[in-house]
Design a protein around this ligand. Sequence first.
Ligand SMILES: Cc1cc2nc3c(=O)[nH]c(=O)nc-3n(C[C@H](O)[C@H](O)[C@H](O)COP(=O)(O)OP(=O)(O)OC[C@H]3O[C@@H](n4cnc5c(N)ncnc54)[C@H](O)[C@@H]3O)c2cc1C
Length: 467
Amino acid sequence: MAETLKGKKVVVIGTGMGGSSVAALLAREGADVTVLERNSYPGGKAASFERDGFIYDTGVHWLARGNKGPMGEVASIVGTEIEFVTLDTAMEFTTGGHTAVISQNMDEDESLQNLFEEIGVSHENREGAKTLFKDLARERTPEELEALDEVSFSDYIARFVDDEQINRLLDGFTGMYMCISRRAASTGEFILCFSTQSKQKNLCYPVGGMRAVPMAYLDAMQSLGGELRYSTPVERIVVEGGEVRGVDADGFIPADIVISNNGVKETVALAGRHNFPDDYLSMVDSLRLSFGAVSVKYALDAEIVKAPLACYFPDFRDPELVERQAAIFVPVPSIADPSLAPPGCQLVLAGSLAPPGLEEPEQAKAVCNEMLDRIENTMQDLYPGIEDHVIWKIRTDTRYIAEISGRLTGEVIGVAQNRHQVGNKRPSSATPVRGLYLVGADAGGRGVGTEMAVDSALNLWRLLRNE
Ligand SMILES: Cc1cc2nc3c(=O)[nH]c(=O)nc-3n(C[C@H](O)[C@H](O)[C@H](O)COP(=O)(O)OP(=O)(O)OC[C@H]3O[C@@H](n4cnc5c(N)ncnc54)[C@H](O)[C@@H]3O)c2cc1C
């Protein structure tokens, strides 16, 4: 326990993965923690809801490392347990008329050979492809990773191989990990996501749905003496003389430390732009966000999809597919945890990327609707007859993501992990306002979505313990 935090009054704004985990970590240090959440439920982008016996997620999630990554580390520090189900087969990937069943052992020669055979990598490209995957999986020092942070992932792949199928496979992986294009993505960040996942072989899903993770942290925080208030939006972060004083949320709540889980751009607006220096404001204004997403959530009266996690990437050189389909990511949470659907039924989530911006709401709505129609077409093509088994279906767009996470826009991850915004170029959790910190996917962490948000919490906890 760090003496510096004992009895300190800490307000955490938001119960996303970042907010809930940092709140538990600081309560464990003896800080006097109050968590304020604008929604009536926990989890932000990682929330789950119940309907007719199904428990479905707000997002379209699968976890890269589960208890072998930052989520497990926080759980063991704060004294809670979260159960994750690891599946033998990591995922089924279909592209260009080929389907590969990808195992958790992506760093092993035999698995790679099978993958290249099944996905249809041309024979002359297999040696290059193997060297590429071996290089992606090998362990690197933080300095080696940093040297690759600014390299575009497309350029890095081209050093090893130029193969249509490998490119589509890695487009799919970049979309799943970072929700940006292969060209924009940082190589250092991709390697960190891929190498830790292939080393730990723990692609998994939490029992009870995604909400099980933030709920476990919030329960731990409360049992350590912290307070949680739902339906309590913070209207203003109060700053005086360059120092945080507390927040306005249904009255003034004083605090020594305020930690915002509400995105870096939104936090600056809540605290007032005049409280930040110009160079910080230009950095924040220039930050690019990841893509947004649309999803169709299917409650089915039969078990239609066989793979626990499927990814489909159409060959858009085919004019018919260009008109009709979308690249989709299809987790089936009820295969991992059958209690998420009534017996004999299935919960299937199908998501695709979409522009995050909501500047022109009508245009955004039209783009999202078109993407949602494409998802449904693609699901019908891949799983003929699926429509005959629908009990209910929910279509969500980028406005929905913005709404559940309290953000201005509906990005999937947060600040994009492009080559200018990762590692030491990512916004830090510390801000120029004394006592005001950021937590979550936008600041101070690395890795895949939810795990990056929890990594950010761990890094902030270390920082505050040492201050
Ligand atoms: C469709 C979709 C698919 C995804 N797929 C994956 C995946 O497969 N794997 C993966 O790891 N990640 C995935 N992600 C990304 C991941 O969910 C996010 O990166 C992560 O959950 C973000 O966590 P966060 O802590 O940054 O905060 P958020 O989830 O954004 O939570 C912020 C919280 O703050 C609250 N809040 C905001 N403003 C206020 C205010 N003024 N007062 C009080 N409370 C406030 C919000 O209500 C919310 O609860 C996906 C996301 C989506 C949307």
